[in-house]
Design a protein around this ligand. Structure first.
Ligand SMILES: [Zn+2]
Ligand SMILES: [Zn+2]
Length: 246
């Protein structure tokens, strides 16, 4: 039985809703808003000054970003952050349904892809959680996406320590070589949309995209439910805040 209060806002719930969350808290999240975004990794910035003439941020310019484009539904804070944390860490598999519906607004219909690939999790984490959160979100896209969902194109064979609390550089080191493409023939020349729940620094998405690219994928974009916004305050220091983090 669920407790009587909404787990996001604390409002008393009436009846027996399928999730311990009130309906206003399950309304569609606000899009990530910022003055401008990096054209490659979609990192938010306050001003164009953080981007080069091609519209790319320092990280993308330096070649650290391994994926070609990024799409997201909302910002990883407030209500959406709480919902994702309930979904993943409670874990509350049923929330995959309403969260999956949110994913549909982020799906880049104008871009051609050959397949959707959910970000894989290690088999031990899969046993502990009981489901792959990214795979559930990808399943919600099946009836709007004109491409197949491929679950085994890339696997996570290294059970890395949790990324939370690590710096950007440490995160990249932590997930380096964590992903493997079992059959490179399947991904060769393919345009792939990787589906994930949250992009924080992008270290895992980068490592996964890198494995797919090395195996021959021609294009890898990320669609995530939420993207962390690392800007601190307003003004040009926001760009510095992002670069320190990643
Ligand atoms: Zn609520
Ligand atoms: Zn960028």
């Amino acid at each position: 039985m669920f407790p009587d209060d909404c787990r996001v806002c604390g409002t008393r719930l009436s009846g027996f809703p399928p999730y311990p969350v009130c309906s206003p808290c399950l309304s569609h999240p606000e899009p990530l808003s910022a003055g401008t975004f990096c054209v490659q990794c979609y990192a938010p910035f306050n001003t164009e000054a953080a981007l080069d003439t091609d519209g790319r941020c320092r990280l993308c310019r330096s070649g650290i970003t391994q994926f070609d484009a990024m799409y997201c539904v909302g910002s990883y804070d407030g209500r959406l952050r709480t919902l994702i944390q309930l979904y993943k860490y409670e874990p509350m598999e049923r929330l995959g349904k309403p969260l999956g519906k949110f994913m549909r607004t982020g799906y880049p219909r104008e871009v051609k892809f050959d397949a959707m690939v959910p970000m894989p999790i290690h088999s031990k984490r899969l046993r502990d959680r009981g489901f792959n959160q990214a795979e559930k979100l990808a399943e919600a896209l099946k009836d709007i996406a004109p491409i197949p969902l491929e679950r085994n194109w890339v696997i996570r064979h290294k059970n890395t320590q949790k990324q939370a609390g690590l710096s950007g550089k440490e995160r990249r080191q932590n997930v380096k070589d964590a992903f493997r493409v079992p059959d490179p023939e399947r991904v060769r020349e393919k345009r792939i949309l990787l589906i994930d729940d949250v992009l924080t620094t992008g270290a895992s998405a980068n490592a996964c995209a890198s494995a797919l690219k090395k195996a021959g994928a021609s294009y890898v974009a990320i669609l995530a439910l939420a993207r962390a916004d690392r800007r601190i305050g307003a003004g040009p220091e926001a760009a510095v805040a992002v670069s320190q983090f990643v």
